[in-house]
Design a binder for this molecule. Structure first.
Ligand code: NB4
Ligand code: NI
Length: 186
């Protein structure tokens, strides 16, 4: 199973690389690895497992974070409309996005960053994502708010981008124009 020892931390060059496309169909090994990444998230949200194996909780994980420079992400979360997302995706791609932005009022963290970096992380409020799931099916997702934020955080990792790259250096809690928080009523 994947544990925190397998999680690469900032400063490692793989986190700043553009990851390689996965040639389809994916190999058994690639499918196994992506399934393990999803299982990490499920374990990390299980109090007993997280306690027993000292897992930092996560709702998303990208392959570069386990040292693998391949375009694979896993997500496991329930958004504010109680919609559940639990999947692995090969070659996820943002096909379109809104002009409007959103952000988490709590800011963001990252399993590859062992420090708090305060500030709002502006992201597209609505995106359309295409990718291939673990059963080899092409999927098209229309995402908004919290779900859109999670997928953008993970897809950024495939392009060598860290969440704090988006934070306004001068004024970290500057509310981007045309942006609404995803996690609280206005
Ligand atoms: C990715 C997220 C950071 C912001 C928001 C949140 C947690 C992560 C990083 C957007 C994506 C990991 C991957 C959480 C968490 C809420 C749901 C269910 C019960 C605990 C769990 C805690 F753990 N981020 N951690 N950070 N990243 N919410 N939740 N809760 O997931 O670095 O690239 O179990
Ligand atoms: Ni991250």
């Amino acid at each position: 199973m994947i544990t925190m020892d397998d999680i690469v931390r900032e400063g490692h060059p793989v986190l700043r690389q553009v990851a390689d496309e996965v040639s389809l169909p994916p190999s058994e090994e690639e499918k196994h690895t992506l399934t393990e990444m999803l299982q990490y998230l499920i374990n990390s949200q299980d109090e007993e497992m997280a306690e027993k194996y000292n897992l930092r909780p996560g709702v998303g994980l990208a392959a570069p974070q386990i040292g693998l420079s391949k375009r694979m992400i896993a997500v496991h979360f329930t958004d504010f409309d109680e919609q559940e997302y639990s999947m692995g995706l090969f070659n996820p791609k943002i096909m379109s996005h809104s002009v409007e932005k959103t952000y988490l009022s709590t800011g963001e963290g990252c399993l590859s960053v062992d420090r708090d970096v305060p500030g709002y992380v502006p992201r597209y409020a609505r995106i359309t994502v295409k990718g291939t799931d673990l059963n080899g099916n092409e999927v098209k997702l229309r995402l908004k708010g919290y779900a859109a934020i999670v997928f953008q955080h993970e897809i950024d990792h495939l392009n060598g981008i860290m969440f704090y790259d988006h934070i306004n250096k001068e004024d970290p809690f500057n509310v981007p124009e045309n942006a609404k928080p995803a996690d609280r009523e206005e």
